[in-house]
Design a protein around this ligand. Structure first.
Ligand SMILES: C[S@@+](CC[C@H](N)C(=O)[O-])C[C@H]1O[C@@H](n2cnc3c(N)ncnc32)[C@H](O)[C@@H]1O
Length: 277
């Protein structure tokens, strides 16, 4: 069991490492949720064959490839197509009708990871006849996952699970029409990303860059501490048009945030909110 002095030293070493990473590379993990951050840092310490957090600090500040490995550990990229299918079914039901009233739609998929969520949104929009007038800005802090997203090749052995998700999400076509099998990958149709811009954007430090009718940011803020969550809520509030829709992940909420009063709930269970002020 580490003593109090050890744990205080560890806290200081973590703070120094995060500050160093921020100053040197500009990646700001200083306000990420502490427990999960600590676990991931130690995993990287051991994976690098090191023994201390300060040893890791020295390595990442002198070796960019070590920083890239750490970035992958810290930016937790797990995702899937039509993840939480009830969300997409609810989006069709509660959000799509109001989107039909706009001649042009700007959608921000923040924290898009390897793109499975973005392709799912594109498929949904195509099936409801809104894709041609939509532009999706799909952003993530991590360039490596964006490269994968641009390729649009997802593991073939996932397609059975994704097909089931798609059906539960209210999909109306044969899911297999959207991809062709290539070796062990499923290459999704390029037409799904014709109206998608993939770009790096850091929710912790980058500014608003457009005004959106919909912001989808699921399973990202869960890794942030309260102050960073509030910062991101402010950014989203600033970036949403009036009556724009905010979509969060299953374990995330607008409740208890300073912007709670600015939204009405469209679907509490599926975390869909409409900006009203
Ligand atoms: C668990 S994935 C969620 C992917 C997808 N939204 C979903 O729900 O399946 C979290 C993503 O957030 C990204 N992320 C973490 N911190 C970020 C930040 N400060 N700015 C932008 N993206 C960030 C990670 O790189 C990762 O791809």
């Amino acid at each position: 069991m580490p003593g109090r002095a050890d744990s205080e030293r560890e806290t200081v070493e973590i703070a120094l490492l995060l500050e160093g990473v921020y100053q040197h590379y500009g990646f700001d993990f200083r306000n990420y949720a502490k427990a999960s951050l600590r676990r991931r840092l130690w995993r990287r310490v051991h994976a690098e064959g090191l023994h201390t957090i300060s040893g890791l600090q020295e390595r990442v500040l002198h070796d960019r490839s070590a920083m890239e490995r750490l970035l992958l550990d810290l930016s937790i990229n797990v995702t899937s197509m039509f993840r939480d299918p009830g969300f997409f079914a609810s989006f069709r039901q509660h959000v799509v009708p109001s989107l039909r009233t706009y001649p042009f739609l700007r959608i921000w998929n923040a924290g898009c990871s390897t793109g499975e969520e973005t392709y799912s949104l594109a498929i949904l929009l195509r099936e409801v006849g809104l894709y041609d007038r939509s532009r999706i800005y799909a952003t993530d802090i991590n360039e490596a996952v964006l490269d994968q997203a641009r390729l649009g090749v997802f593991p073939l052995d996932k397609m059975r699970e994704y097909t089931q998700n798609y059906i539960r999400a209210g999909g109306t076509q044969a899911f297999s029409e959207y991809y062709v099998a290539r070796y062990d990958g499923a290459q999704f149709s390029r037409s799904l990303v014709e109206n998608v811009v993939f770009a790096q954007h850091n929710l912790a430090s980058d500014a608003a860059f457009n005004e959106f009718h919909v912001i989808v940011c699921r399973n990202v803020m869960i890794y942030f501490d309260k102050s960073l969550q509030e910062h991101v809520h402010r950014l989203f509030h600033e970036s949403l048009a009036r009556l724009g829709v905010l979509a969060l992940g299953q374990k995330e909420t607008i409740r208890f945030s300073p912007h709670e009063e600015s939204y009405e709930v469209l679907d509490a269970a599926e975390k869909l909110y409409r900006k009203v002020r």
